[in-house]
Ligand binder design. Structure first.
Ligand SMILES: [Cu+2]
Length: 125
């Protein structure tokens, strides 16, 4: 009986540790720390680039950014790293007034591809 009790205890501890591990794993996902333009911002000057700072070193090989505005997709210059945790892409064309969406993807320490969206609006008039 004592043997059985200890086995159950071990199983319970294992399950607890696994659940904790899973929780930590989710929290360890790479996140956006900040961006230019700031998510949700309304800017008077059209930005000439998009830069995103992440919470982990990012893998450029699986990183991408795409910009879409009021008249559809906007061509971005190639996505590159400005620092180990930062992605950047230049915008060659002057953005017209309207709301824009940046779809990004990257991977952090665990190599898993993570995707996200940032939005900003240009209001020059
Ligand atoms: Cu740059």
């Amino acid at each position: 009986m004592r043997w059985l009790t200890s086995r159950i205890m071990v199983a319970a501890v294992c399950l607890g540790a696994c659940a904790l591990g899973a929780g930590v794993f989710v929290e360890a996902r790479v996140l956006v720390e900040k961006s230019v333009p700031v998510n949700g911002a309304i800017v008077a000057l059209p930005p000439s680039y998009i830069e995103i700072w992440f919470t982990e070193v990012v893998d450029l090989k699986v990183s991408a950014m795409a910009l879409a505005g009021p008249s559809g997709a906007v061509k971005l210059d190639p996505t590159h790293k400005m620092s180990p945790k930062t992605l950047m892409a230049g915008i060659s064309d002057k953005l017209a007034d309207g709301t824009y969406t940046v779809n990004w993807q990257t991977a952090g320490d665990d190599g898993r591809v993570v995707k996200g969206v940032l939005k900003f609006s240009v209001k020059s008039k």
